[in-house]
Design a protein around this ligand. Structure first.
Ligand code: ADP
Ligand code: MG
Length: 708
């Protein structure tokens, strides 16, 4: 059916229903993920240009956006060399002249438009050309003819959209103004009225209107660029509110559905265990443990996330939780992302379990034959009390007798689904998730908003600091000299080479070159190369040899297995550090400084380095605080796709920025949780529009939503 048919217009209408959108434009818009009218409404400007103030040519400042009113003095094609053609226009007002330049143009159209004497409005960022003075490259121009020569319609704040090749700002503005004209009356409100009133939020349709077509009075382009206007705030609120409603709902209902076993905490086993520890728990560890114990005593399934930087001591916290399950006559599972890490945890935990008389098992993909059968059987019969393993723990063949608690380590490596899979291995076992990927608190509340979150925000005492330094190009010699002196003192070193996605072969060549030059330069030490093309067993063997100090320098192409503890390693050299992300650099740095030695993280960088790359190197040098680094990372990368959201299963934020909008987020969270407390299934007719919106916009992202 087409737009002249009988169908009532709706926000679900395809974009072709809009005047100005033919098949060609529709294709371009689809590239931007815009297929329905509603998508267009949510396609918000990322920047604004103030064209309400006209400047005189004599007052233009290079690289500062400006709008002038001018007359065409002269226009035509200029040839540069034999091939290159430029269309140049000389504009003038009563204070001077400036040039406009076009490198791609339609000659007939341009000659017609820029006739001598034509009056125009010209907008853009001027630059200074040494020979010809001020010039605008591809400025926006608008002809002043008859009526609008005197009208103020054109002088206002203009929205700027992220566009794609072949689609011009002018066309998208045009399309949006047609959308607003025809569909704005269909935009309905779904935020409850009392919330709107309490925070004086604009209505939804007014918010869309003023965001796409800002009034020239009241707010400046700067306010708009900072997303500070009431219209933008309303849309930010709406986006965060819907997500928080989903999370509040999930939390409320997972708690009432999951009955969970009530545990007795602080039993004899725990007391014995704490006595065995060679150190005192940190205050943060005690605080987090108290939070866990409180959950376990409640009679509802625990669903808690521990956020703790690399080296903050999460393993002991996990082990205490596992032992509490054992103390309550249930089994406990500890799931980690890699085999080597599983083995390391196993070996760390084994002495405690032996001392306490607890049967511990390790389950990995390498288990074979009879051994495998015996272990599986003991798990099934409930003889084995603590089971450590990789994701092979969730396979069908593994059956627990009575799984009471599961810990999932390094959550960011598992998807939400695996987290749920381990939860299904018992009758509503308590779930404890641990992650070392530092994310800002505001983000944790969004990504894990249906879980309770604990922050392990303190390092065990006596941790040696890590010095971080950047070496550019040839200075790398100094980095390797430092490594040599550390090796001479008996320490070990990591050398990490980056992964360049296009070709694993090329990566390997680059890493091999580094490896060979290290071998040649430091023949007195054993170096080894580890990379993704090696078999798993091979890689594991190398890691064990490194752990036992049979290897002194480990050169790695890819990221070294998360979480592995090599206390004797005191040097981390990162080659081409400018290519790594901040979170990655921080994780890699966390591989050293785990023992009693002063450690060094040496970043070797090569030109050219992007602005972002430079900013990252500065941040990693200045800070060791994972949360701070994560916040800086977000600032550098901007609001777009922030780490983890894609995997988290939550919708990508379109307008909200979790750093910038932290205040609105806390309002949204508070209001959402209050509302779900009052009306747990949104059955109040007044909340029907909200319920529809939640289901439509985030329903598929949250499994429990189905039941409302
Ligand atoms: P992560 O949080 O990265 O998993 P780990 O649990 O591996 O950190 O702990 C890092 C190191 O700190 C381990 O060697 C561990 O034995 C040690 N550790 C943990 N808690 C304490 C503490 N309270 N005091 C001293 N050392 C501790
Ligand atoms: Mg760990």
């Amino acid at each position: 059916m087409n737009s002249t048919g009988w169908k009532k217009p709706s926000l679900d209408d395809p974009i072709q229903f809009i005047k100005g959108v033919g098949p060609k434009k529709a294709l371009l818009l689809r590239k931007l993920q815009l297929t329905a009218i509603e998508d267009l409404l949510y396609f918000l400007p990322f920047r604004y240009e103030d064209r309400s103030q006209f400047k005189k040519i004599s007052t233009l400042i290079p690289s500062e956006f400006a709008t002038i009113r001018a007359e065409v003095l002269n226009a035509g094609i200029i040839y540069i060399g034999r091939r290159k053609r430029i269309f140049e226009v000389i504009f003038q007002d009563e204070t001077g002249t400036a040039r406009g330049k076009w490198f791609r143009f339609n000659e007939t159209y341009m000659l017609e438009k820029f006739k001598t004497g034509a009056k125009l409005i010209v907008s853009g960022k001027p630059t200074i050309n040494k020979r010809s003075g001020l010039e605008f490259a591809h400025p926006d121009t608008e002809q002043l003819t008859g009526e609008n020569a005197t009208s103020m319609e054109i002088g206002k704040i203009f929205p700027v959209y992220h566009i794609t090749e072949g689609l011009h700002q002018k066309s998208i503005r045009n399309i949006l103004s047609n959308v607003l004209e025809k569909y704005l009356p269909l935009v309905d409100e779904f935020i409850p009225r009392d919330i709107l009133q309490r925070h004086k939020f604009l209505s939804r349709s007014e918010a869309f209107h003023k965001t796409h077509s800002p009034p020239s009075e009241g707010f400046t382009a700067k306010d708009l660029d900072a997303f500070k206007t009431p219209a933008q705030k309303r849309l930010i609120f709406e986006e965060l509110f819907l997500i928080q409603i989903g999370l509040a709902f999930n939390k409320k209902h997972s708690r009432t559905i999951k009955i969970g076993t009530t545990f007795k905490t602080r039993g004899t086993l725990i007391k014995q265990f704490i006595k065995l520890l060679p150190f005192q728990l940190t205050i943060a560890q005690k605080k987090v443990l108290a939070e866990i114990m409180e959950d376990l005593e409640k009679g509802k399934s625990m669903n808690r996330l521990i956020q703790g930087d690399v080296g903050s001591g999460k393993t002991i916290v996990a082990l205490t939780a596992l032992l509490t399950a054992v103390d309550n006559s249930t089994q406990a599972a500890f799931m980690v992302p890699t085999e080597i890490l599983a083995e390391q945890h196993y070996l760390n935990i084994l002495p405690y379990c032996e001392a306490l008389g607890i049967d511990l098992a390790l389950v990995t993909g390498t288990l074979k034959g009879k051994e495998r059968k015996t272990i599986y059987q003991k798990i099934r019969e409930g003889k084995t009390r603590i089971i450590i393993g990789t994701h092979s723990l969730v396979q069908k063949e593994i059956q627990f007798k009575n799984l009471g608690l599961a810990v999932v380590d390094e959550q960011h490596r598992f998807g939400v689904l695996q987290r749920e899979a381990i939860g299904k291995k018992g009758k509503q076992p308590h779930l404890l998730i641990m992650t070392a990927t530092p994310i800002p608190r505001s983000m944790a509340l969004t990504l894990y908003g249906d879980m309770d979150v604990s922050f392990l925000d303190e390092f065990p005492p006596g941790r040696q600091p890590i010095t971080t330094r950047v070496y550019y190009e040839k200075q790398q010699i100094k980095a390797y000299a430092l490594m040599e002196s550390e090796l001479e003192q008996g320490r070990q070193a990591f050398v990490v080479c980056p992964l360049i996605e296009e070709s694993e072969e090329i990566d390997l060549i680059a890493a091999t070159t580094v490896f060979e030059s290290i071998q040649k330069k430091f023949p007195q030490f054993t170096a080894c190369l580890i990379h993704g093309k090696l078999k798993k067993e091979e890689r594991q063997k190398i890691m064990w040899r490194f752990l036992k100090n049979e290897i002194q320098v480990l050169v790695a192409t890819t990221v070294i297995e998360v979480g592995i503890d090599i206390p004797n390693a005191s040097v981390m050299i990162i080659e081409h550090a400018e290519r790594f992300g901040l979170a990655q650099l921080h994780q890699l740095r966390g591989r050293v400084g785990r023992g009693k030695y002063l450690s060094h993280c040496l970043l070797v960088a090569y030109f050219p380095i992007s602005e972002e790359g430079k900013a990252r190197l500065k941040v990693i040098q200045a800070s060791r605080d994972g949360f701070e680094i994560a916040e800086e990372d977000l600032k550098i990368r901007g609001p777009g796709d922030f780490m983890g959201t894609r995997q988290s299963g939550l919708p990508i934020l379109k307008i909200a920025n979790l750093i910038r909008d932290i205040k609105i987020l806390s309002i949204a969270r508070k209001e959402a949780f209050l509302l779900i407390d009052r009306d747990p299934t949104l059955k109040d007719p007044a909340n029907q529009p909200l319920k529809n919106a939640v289901q439509r916009i985030i329903g598929q992202h949250l499994p429990l939503m189905e039941i409302i």
